[in-house]
Design a protein around this ligand. Sequence first.
Ligand code: PGA
Length: 259
Amino acid sequence: MFIVIKETYDEMSKEAAKILAHRIHTKPDIVLGLATGSTPLSMYKELIRMHRDEGLDFSKASTFNLDEYVGLQPSHVQSYHYFMWENLFKHINISPENVYVPMGMSDDIVKFCAWYENKIINKGGIDIQLLGIGANGHIAFNEPGSSLGSRTRIKTLTEETIEANSRFFDRTEDVPVHAITMGVGTIMEARELLLVANGTAKADAIVKTVEGPVTASCPASVLQLHPRSRIILDKDAGAKLKGIYRHIPYEYTSSHFED
Ligand code: PGA
């Protein structure tokens, strides 16, 4: 697990975008695992800039999103479908038929989840999965206590997550209480993991993830077991780490991630 600590959110975002862009250049028909939330917003802006100014080409890429609220139409402004189209997809040359976001309005959620898992396999598996982290250590909507072997399924959101996400809704009661999420086991099958975190609110979760035991109480800690995982932080998110994580230039580690 490589830990990269950048001074600012902007630098964190650019570092993550650089890695994703490099992977897309190397494998144009890449399968990307994507995430929503405030954290990746600047990274998506940088990818859009690279597409516009440097010709970063998404035409052959496919994407799978981590999660979606149950009960929101894709057109709902707080749905993760909407988020992805507004903040990334509509600004780049991705083919809509190559975009997959869990269907929160599915009539048969169990069947949908099995279909989603199969679709990932049929596409050849996820090459690189982007992740945020909750202040409680969740990855996607795998809340503390989620099985480390879990697959795509419906989950109940914790009060803490509902509270954290209520900032986007008019009222806390409007936040859906269930979501469809890739499982921890599904995420761990990606060939590479890239977790980004910024701000002091994430500092405790990052210490548990990086320096604590591997435990379902902090689902993100499972990244310790992945052979190719990288965590990119801003200074605030990394402030409580005890270890010394000197910056290793990207060029020195990229071959480890690609072989
Ligand atoms: P955030 O969410 O990027 O909005 O902080 C991350 C998460 O909850 O996984």
